[in-house]
Design a protein around this ligand. Structure first.
Ligand SMILES: [Zn+2]
Length: 271
């Protein structure tokens, strides 16, 4: 009996042990189940913070919000607009640079039958009006000329020099120093004006002493004009001193030419 009791006792112990292991195993499975249950809950938490994180959403939104603003601001930015065409106002016409054959210009008439390129009309009028406000009396004596006008002027100058004893060759060379050879005059551009004092209309060097010329020489650049043929630049321009001939080049170029004491040829060479 004792041995059978022992056997039953052992069997009981083994059963209890197995039951315990089984419970442990169930407990372990339960734990695993509980972990697996936490996975979706963790995923849920991961999703939630993403939705709640303003930084990440914001970062995602920034490019979409900024891009259209940037495009709009680029459209409105004056720096991206077409630069002003200055070629016409800086066209070089001198003894070495003849007017292009296909050259044409839209003119606007001044008083006393003068005319200039319509694009410089306003600046010219403002300059003359401001001079008059200073009590001065500037008069535009010459402005736009056709090829035919220039041919007559040049022929007349040669004729006068011939009468003074110059040979034809000498007369033509000397005439070109004072009246541009046809096709090489800035007056044919419509950008040049000869301005004199009402009280002294002669195209002579003394013109520089009139209050009108003194004012123009000091202020013309503010309106886009330059004294085109200064005395000290004759070697470069090929034209004698003309303290009455003003050429429109625009305010920017005129300002630099005035400040640096250079002529148009020098300005164009360096820019
Ligand atoms: Zn002139």
């Amino acid at each position: 009996m004792r041995s059978s009791v022992k056997w039953i006792w052992r069997l009981t112990l083994v059963s209890v042990a197995c039951l315990g292991m089984g419970l442990y195993g169930l407990s372990g499975c339960h734990e695993q189940t509980s972990i697996s249950r936490e996975v979706p809950s963790t995923e849920t938490r991961r999703t939630a913070p993403l939705e709640e994180l303003p930084g990440e959403d914001y970062a995602d939104v920034i490019p979409r919000a900024v891009t259209p603003e940037t495009e709009n601001s680029m459209e409105e930015d004056p720096q991206v607009t077409e630069p002003e065409d200055t070629d016409w106002m800086l066209m070089l016409v001198n003894p070495q640079n003849t007017l292009p054959e296909d050259f044409s210009v839209t003119l606007k008439e001044l008083e006393n039958h003068q005319a200039v390129d319509a694009r410089i009309y306003e600046d010219l009028q403002t300059m003359l009006e401001d001079a008059r406000k200073e009590g001065l009396s500037p008069v535009v004596r010459s402005s736009y000329r056709t090829q035919a006008d220039q041919e007559i002027l040049y022929a007349n100058k040669v004729s006068r020099l011939r009468k003074q004893g110059y040979s034809r060759e000498e007369a033509e060379a000397e005439a070109a120093r004072w009246v541009a050879f046809p096709g090489t005059s800035e007056h044919q551009l419509g950008l040049a004006v000869d301005i004199v004092a009402e009280s002294y209309r002669a195209l002579e060097e003394d013109q520089e002493n009139t209050p009108e010329q003194k004012w123009l020489m000091a202020n013309a650049h503010r309106y886009g004009f330059i004294l085109r043929y200064p005395e000290e630049k004759s070697q470069i321009t090929g034209i004698g001193y003309e303290p009455w001939h003003y050429r429109y080049v625009g305010r920017e170029a005129a300002g630099e030419i005035y400040e640096k004491g250079i002529c148009l040829e020098e300005y164009l060479e360096r820019s």
